[in-house]
Design a protein around this ligand. Structure first.
Ligand code: GAR
Length: 194
């Protein structure tokens, strides 16, 4: 079985969309793939409840317990590697990863970012898109490389920016599209043999 491990920090709606797609589209039967575990750096991440309800293994590796990024990542990698993932999926995982961690999972590490990369890497993407007067916004699924929010693009979705938009309304419009493109990107990789 090809295991998928998902890292979250919060609500986990992208993780939930991936889990739903995996179950509804029978990723086990079609590709021999399953979401094996959901790991969070925050104990209060809402997505952990959903994953538990779906009988997916959950774990918390709280970054605040560690005095360096490297020691946090060492424990995180140990938790991940117990599931021997074919794919490691960042879904709203809000910690910057060191080049060493990225190298460990090179070629099998994905991220979703709430902008049309290469525009607006980093934080506050929707605020920055509104301030820049963008007519369109969106989201990007990409392979993770050592440089933050860079790496080969797998999928993008575009949404219009409306004149009355706030950061919140734009974020919500983009998020609904994230839920479409993230499962699609993963299924595309599974279909191509991963
Ligand atoms: C999503 O919009 C995702 O693109 C973004 O955080 C949100 C997580 O929502 N990720 C980043 O900003 C990464 N830099 P979710 O927890 O409901 O999936």
């Amino acid at each position: 079985m090809k295991n998928i491990v998902i890292l979250i920090s919060g609500g986990g709606s992208n993780m939930a969309a991936i889990v739903r797609a995996a179950q509804a589209r029978d990723w086990r039967g079609r590709y021999g793939a399953q979401v094996a575990a959901v790991i969070s750096n925050r104990a209060d991440a809402g997505g952990l409840v959903f994953a538990g309800e779906r009988r997916i293994a959950t774990e918390v590796v709280d970054h605040k317990r560690f005095d360096s990024r490297e020691s946090f990542e060492a424990e995180l990698a140990a938790a991940i590697d117990r599931h021997q993932p074919a794919l490691l999926v960042l879904a709203g995982f809000m910690r910057i990863l060191t080049p060493g961690f990225v190298a460990r999972y090179a070629g099998r590490l994905l991220n979703i970012h709430p902008s049309l990369l290469p525009a607006f890497p980093g934080l506050h993407t929707h605020r920055r898109a509104l301030e820049a007067g963008c007519r369109f916004a969106g989201a990007t699924v990409h392979q993770v490389t050592a440089e933050l929010d860079h790496g080969p693009i797998l999928e993008q979705a575009v949404v219009p920016v409306l004149s009355q938009d706030t950061e919140e309304t734009l974020a919500a419009r983009v998020l609904t599209q994230e839920h479409v493109i993230y499962p699609r990107a993963i299924e595309g990789l599974l279909r191509s043999g991963l």
